[in-house]
Design a protein around this ligand. Structure first.
Ligand SMILES: NC(=[NH2+])NCCC[C@H](N)C(=O)O
Length: 412
């Protein structure tokens, strides 16, 4: 890729550009009834969540990163290309189940009165049934739907976890088919931004697009170095997607990756992605939640490398530290346990993303201040830790890595 717009060849190279989404009105559309379906365990207080998020963004800026907001990029695209906006809306409606019919027409008429800025805000916030007055006489729109759902278009409260709808890998990206309906529209924004925004159009390799039916999310996709990826086999990412991506990367002459390490983790809400239990924070230092291993310290790991004629070779491993040494060519490494591995502290701090550290340079990370024991341990291991306030943001079950999508990291 000549003149690439994305450059991420590690988890730890100094962060130069990052994509965020400030929590917005969508948070105020979470209700006790919809919370579980919307993948929240509680309802954050938006005002404080925004203050915390602004502090997070400022921490990244103060340390040399340019911050892009995904909604600003979408507004740019729609302002520059009115026909793209129309096409996007049609896709958005289709994916919500309103490709044609009375509801489609009513939504379209309503939303085309919005400015580009208000439209993007609205698409994230959701559209309530009682916002639009129309007589729904379409069986297609009524039958088989959840009449109790107050929303015609559901809110997208997880959008502030910009890590997941896509993943930057080398000079390209995967644009992800996400697992739950509650998040799927998020990556449609990415698709349109990468295709039409002047900063990205034609300057990003798309390793895998969202038009697949197997699931993958960015929280599972870790770039360990310029030729090795680690990908979680998790609640959110299937083995099929990992195989598909490995085949694509191994056969695409523009991709330099020759090793994909598939790491099996428990399938549950507290550990929905690999990055909630495992992150890379220095050349030879990693955070890990001990709960992903058996009592004997074992787990299932598969090293995938290119085989003959476009096939993929698999090698099974059970020891995380040994596998990392093997694929990264390291003589020694330091696995730092969440909450110092304590039976009570480790799961408590993991629950609030104590393992979800965002490296902004080798050995320098951003973490939530509430995980004070894990932070202390990181410091004892020589890591420079920038703590950010975290009472409300953490209620969405994601931390600093989940809330950030690196677009550019310095090569190391
Ligand atoms: N990369 C991550 N770990 N993201 C966390 C996402 C949390 C979000 N509530 C979800 O369930 O999807």
């Amino acid at each position: 890729m000549k003149d690439p717009a994305v450059n991420v060849n590690s988890e730890i190279g100094r962060l130069k550009t990052v994509l965020l989404k400030r929590p917005g009105e969508e948070i105020e559309n979470i209700t006790p009834d919809t919370m579980e379906r919307l993948l929240f365990d509680d309802i954050p207080y938006l005002k404080i969540a925004q203050e915390e998020h602004d502090a997070f963004a400022n921490t990244l800026r103060d340390n040399g990163a340019e911050v892009l907001y995904i909604d600003d990029l979408a507004v740019d695209v729609f302002k520059d290309n009115p026909q793209v906006k129309t096409e996007f809306l049609q896709r958005f409606f289709e994916e919500a189940g309103y490709g044609i019919g009375t509801t489609h027409d009513a939504l379209k008429d309503y939303l085309t009165t919005f400015s580009e800025r208000d439209l993007v805000t609205k698409l994230y916030a959701g559209v309530r049934r009682n916002e639009i007055e129309f007589c729904n006489d379409s069986l297609h729109d009524l039958a088989g739907r959840d009449a109790a759902n107050p929303f015609l278009l559901d809110p997208l409260p997880n959008a502030y976890f910009t890590r997941d709808p896509q993943a930057s890998i080398g000079n390209g990206m995967t644009i992800n088919h996400m697992t739950f309906k509650a998040r799927r529209p998020e990556s449609l924004f990415t698709e349109y931004i990468m295709k039409y925004h002047t900063r990205f159009a034609g300057k990003v390799d798309i390793w895998r697009d969202r038009n697949h039916d197997t699931r993958i999310e960015g929280g599972d996709e870790l770039v360990l170095n310029d030729h090795v990826l680690a990908i979680g086999v998790s609640e959110r990412t299937s083995s099929k997607s990992i195989e598909g991506l490995a085949k694509e990367l191994f056969s695409n002459p523009d991709a330099k990756f020759d090793t994909v390490v598939a790491v099996e983790i428990p399938h549950n809400h507290a550990m929905m992605h690999l990055d909630t239990v495992f992150t890379m924070i220095n050349y030879d230092q990693f955070t890990v939640f001990p709960g992903i291993m058996s009592a004997e310290g074992k787990m299932n790991i598969y090293i995938m490398t290119p085989g003959d004629n476009g096939t993929v070779k698999l090698a099974h491993r059970t020891d995380l530290a040994a596998t990392l040494k093997e694929v990264l060519g390291l003589p020694e490494l330091d696995l730092i346990l969440t909450g110092n591995g304590d039976d009570i502290v480790a799961p408590r701090e993991q629950w609030n993303d104590g393992s979800n550290t965002l490296a902004i340079a080798p050995g320098e990370v951003v973490t939530y201040n509430r995980n004070y024991i894990s932070n202390q341990i990181l410091r004892e291991h020589g890591i420079r830790v920038h703590e950010v306030i975290s009472s409300e943001l953490s209620r969405g079950r994601g931390g600093p890595r989940c809330m950030s999508q690196p677009i550019w990291r310095e090569d190391i």
